[in-house]
Write a protein that binds this ligand. Sequence first.
Ligand code: SF4
Length: 461
Amino acid sequence: MGRRGDRRRLRLRLLLPGGGDHRDHLGHPERVPASRLNDRRAASAAHLQDHLRPGRRRPRADQDHLPRRGREGSASQADEASEPVLQRVVRRRAPPRTEERRAPDPRQQARSRALLLVDAVKVQAALAALGQPKFRWDQVRQAVFGKSVSSYDEILVLPAEIRRALSEQLPLLSVKERRVDVSGDGRAHKALLNLHDGRVVETVLLRPSETRWTTCISSQVGCAVACTFCATGLMGLTRSLTPEEITDQVLFWRQYMAKKGLPGRLDNVVYMGMGEPFACYEQVSASLKTLLDYKLFGIGARHISVSTSGVAPRIALFGRDFPQVNLAISLHAATDELRTRLVPMNKAFNLEALAQALKEYIGSTNRKIFFEYVLLKGENDRPEDAGALVKWLDGVGPKELLHVNLIVFNQTDTPHKPTDENDARIFQQRLLAGGYKSTVRQNLGRDIDGACGQLVVLEKA
Ligand code: SF4
């Protein structure tokens, strides 16, 4: 069996009954017996379903980890406990009212600054501790972000003892390459990256045209949204990434391209890897500021896209915070019944709530919105599905601001099947006839399980 066969076998070891390596709380490998592992998976799936069930009440025993204030059991808290989990999380962090936004909390500002400049602050502090003048930071910055060096040893303008000291004290990246797979046509590269706590995340580098490179980055390890067709959704959520871990995926690929001598420049970023970006808005927001900062990554806002499965309250906030960054919505169905089945978070924020949020977004930005629609054979690719989609889009905004990207399903370990290419074209024609621009997206990286919806961490058994 070849490498692809090996990967498939590893995946089966992960997803189907069998043993596997897990990590303890310190990140050390822990051998878990097959029976216990299966119990954990079943419990995790049941827990997620329970969280997403409307009307769910948190059992008292689960409240032990909450702050005292959250355990008092008032009527309003009981109501809160009955909300679906993502809705609760988002409501707690709802954007402040306009007048509050005019007078920002200085502590919050300091925290945001710390999140934004975490790499820079660490390097500057290390240089200061080494008694170096301030211009040394500019030398490091230009080498790391301008020349994509992979180690301090390559920054020859620094004195040798400073290079050595920085190498010992501070890794240049917060992520470490574990493995990179390259597709047969060389246009898709998928990396498995180790994080400091032993977790693993995937990221993809794509070359859609001769000179353009795009990276698809992750915002979380796993995902709680649990879309039924998505390999990441099968993992459940482990944790969100830090801003540094998010932006370091871009830095990793720039270094990779420099080392491999790949021509062209990486300056397109899409937040469409593992995770729901708006479920960790603060980290994603900080990472966006770093990517946009002309002194650091300097990536143009219109070259960055953030994709959400529809966390409605965050959409308007995103429009206010980043009006020039592209917004994509993972839609996949245009009736609540079907969408709730495919994207369970639709229970928390249904299509009406999503349409309202998008209207507000368009009102404040007048920007185009991209809709991602994975075509699943016999499920959401029928004529009536195209009709429902046109009807729903009619209620969202002007036709010229709405664009539908059709994605032929990339096979994952789920029961769904891909729509035939021909049927995808027919679906596209129905949208065009309804007045909506639509493209059938190229699928790069299928042969390395790096295409849309295929990202999943394969731990060696
Ligand atoms: S498609 Fe996106 S939102 Fe849905 S489970 Fe996968 S990673 Fe999460």
